[in-house]
Design a protein around this ligand. Structure first.
Ligand code: CMC
Length: 424
C-alpha cells in the first residue's frame, strides 16, 4: 500500500502506511511532529493505534473476537481457563504434557506469604474488594522483586496467575468476616477459587461442576480485549519499565470504573433498582435517552462493537442454560430481556449502534452462581489477568517499545508575570 499524503499549511508530507495481518490499516504519524510541527489529535484514543500486537483480533463491525487467532466461540465452548491462560502467555495452545506442567506449576504457587494476611486485617469490613485487590497485587512486588532475567519474570507471571484467585477469595472472606480458606491442590483453578470463596471450616464443601464450568466459561470470555482502557493502562505504566505487579495493579484500578469493568456491578444494581421500582423499564429507557438525566443504560454500548458483542451473545444463551441447570429463576433476567428488546427496536439505540455488551448478562450469571455483587468486577479482573499479562510481556519484549508519552494541544493562558499574593 502506498504512503498517505497530508497537506498542511501548503506543504505535503508523506506518511508511511502499515497493514496488519487482518488487513487493518494504520497511518504512521510518529515522525509527523518532527517534520511538520503538528501532532495527531485524538481525545479518547478512539482512532489511535498505540502498538502492534499479535494477541487479540477484534472486528467491531462484524462482531469478531479471536485470541491468538482462535474464535472466542470455540474457546468458550471447548477450552478451559487454564488452557487459555497458557495460550495467552505462551502464544500457542499447549500439548498434553505442556498443559499438565503449566497446571501443576500454577497449583504450586497459590499460597500467599503469611505476612500478607496482616494487610487484609487492616482493611475496613465493607471496603470494596477492587480497592483491596489493586493494593494487594502491587504489594506482591515487595515480596517478589523483579529482575530482568526472563526466567524470573516468567516465575512472577505464574505467581500472579496462581495467587490472584487466593487474594480475591481472601478479600471476600475479609469482607464478610469469615476465616480465610487456604487453597487446595486437588481442585481445578476455578474449583479451588470457589472452594476458597464459599467453604467454611465447620462444614464440608463440594464444588458444583455446573458452577465450576459456568465460571470457567465466564473467565474465558473476559481474558483479553486488545487495547481497552485497563490494558492500555497496563501498557502505559509498564512502558516506564515499572514491574509486572505494579503495572497490573494499575490495570485493576482502571478496570474498576463504571464505564469499563465496573459496569457489571452497575448493571445488576440498575436491574435491582428497576425491579424495586415496580419493573417499569420503559421509564428507565426514557431516562437513558434523556442526556440531562445523567442516566445511562449500563451494559449497553461499546467503543469498538457496532453490530453486536460476541461475548454478550454467548452470555445471553448461557444465562438461560445456567439458571435452568441450577433450577433457578431470576426476575432480573426478564427485566434484562425486556430492556434489550425495547432497545433493539428503539431509534435512539439503533441509530447509535448501542447493543448489549459483555457486562449486560454476566452479572445475572454471577448472581446465579452465588457471587456477591461487589465481587463482580473482581471476577472480570480474574478473567482479564492473563490478557493483561500477555500484553505487558509483549510490550516488554518489543524492541520498538518507547515510554508512552502522548502530546497535547495547550489551551490555557499565554505567558504572564507572577504577581505576589498581597497584590492580587
Ligand atoms: N446509554 C445511553 N446512551 C448511550 C450509552 C448508554 N449505555 N452508551 C452510549 N450512549 C450514547 C451517548 O450518549 C452518545 O450519544 P450522542 O451521540 O447523542 O452524544 C453515543 O451513544 C455515543 O456514546 P459515547 O459515550 O461517545 O461512546 P464511547 O465509545 O465513548 O463509550 C461506553 C462507550 C461503553 C463507555 C458507553 O457506551 C457507555 O457508557 N456504556 C455504559 C457503560 C458500560 O456498559 N460499559 C461497559 C463496556 S463493555 C466492557 C468493557 O470492555 O469495559
Amino acid at each position: 500500500m502506498s504512503n498517505a499524503t497530508l497537506n498542511l499549511n501548503g506543504k505535503t508530507y508523506e506518511l508511511p502506511v502499515i497493514v496488519g495481518s487482518e488487513n487493518e490499516v494504520g497511518v504512521n504519524v510518529t515522525k509527523l511532529r518532527g517534520t511538520s510541527g503538528a501532532i495527531a489529535y485524538d481525545p479518547g484514543y478512539g482512532n489511535t493505534g498505540s502498538c502492534q500486537s499479535a494477541i487479540t483480533f477484534i472486528n467491531g463491525e462484524e462482531g469478531i473476537l479471536r485470541y491468538r487467532g482462535y474464535p472466542i466461540e470455540q474457546l468458550a465452548k471447548q477450552s478451559s481457563f487454564v488452557e487459555v491462560c497458557y495460550l495467552m502467555v505462551n502464544g500457542k495452545l499447549p500439548n498434553q504434557a505442556e498443559y499438565e506442567t503449566f497446571k501443576n506449576t500454577l497449583t504450586r504457587h497459590t499460597l500467599l506469604h503469611e505476612d500478607m494476611k496482616k494487610f487484609f486485617e487492616g482493611y475496613p469490613r465493607g471496603g470494596h474488594p477492587m480497592a483491596v485487590m489493586s493494593s494487594m497485587v502491587t504489594s506482591l512486588s515487595a515480596f517478589y522483586p523483579e529482575s530482568d532475567d526472563p526466567e524470573a519474570i516468567n516465575l512472577n507471571i505464574i505467581r500472579l496467575i496462581a495467587k490472584f484467585k487466593t487474594l480475591a477469595a481472601f478479600a471476600y472472606k475479609k469482607s464478610i468476616g469469615q476465616p480465610y480458606i487456604y487453597p487446595r491442590n486437588d481442585l481445578s483453578y476455578t474449583g479451588d477459587f470457589l472452594h476458597m470463596m464459599f467453604a467454611v471450616p465447620a462444614e464440608p464443601y463440594e464444588v458444583s461442576p455446573i458452577i465450576e464450568k459456568a465460571l470457567d466459561m465466564l473467565l474465558i470470555l473476559h481474558v483479553d480485549h486488545e487495547q481497552n482502557c485497563s490494558t492500555s493502562t497496563v501498557r502505559m505504566v509498564g512502558s516506564s519499565q515499572a514491574n509486572l505487579f505494579a503495572s497490573i495493579s494499575a490495570g485493576i484500578s482502571a478496570l474498576w470504573g463504571p464505564l469499563h469493568g465496573g459496569a457489571n456491578q452497575k448493571v445488576l444494581e440498575m436491574l435491582e433498582m428497576i425491579q424495586a421500582d415496580g419493573g417499569d423499564y420503559s421509564k428507565y429507557m426514557d431516562m437513558a435517552k434523556d442526556k440531562s438525566s445523567g442516566f445511562r443504560l449500563m451494559g449497553f454500548g461499546h467503543r469498538v462493537y457496532k453490530n453486536f458483542d460476541p461475548r454478550a451473545l454467548i452470555l445471553k444463551e448461557a444465562a438461560d442454560d445456567v439458571l435452568s441447570e441450577l433450577g433457578k429463576e431470576d426476575p432480573l433476567l426478564d427485566i434484562a430481556r425486556g430492556l434489550e428488546d425495547i432497545a433493539l427496536n428503539d431509534d435512539y439505540f439503533v441509530s447509535r449502534k448501542l447493543y448489549p455488551n459483555v457486562d449486560f448478562y454476566s452479572g445475572i450469571i454471577y448472581r446465579a452462581l452465588g457471587i456477591p455483587v461487589d465481587m463482580f468486577t473482581v471476577m472480570f479482573a480474574l478473567g482479564r489477568l492473563p490478557g493483561w499479562i500477555a500484553q505487558w510481556h509483549e510490550m516488554r519484549n518489543d524492541p520498538s517499545m518507547r515510554i508512552n508519552r502522548p502530546r497535547q494541544i495547550y489551551i490555557g493562558e499565554g505567558a504572564r508575570d507572577y504577581v505576589s499574593i498581597d497584590k492580587r
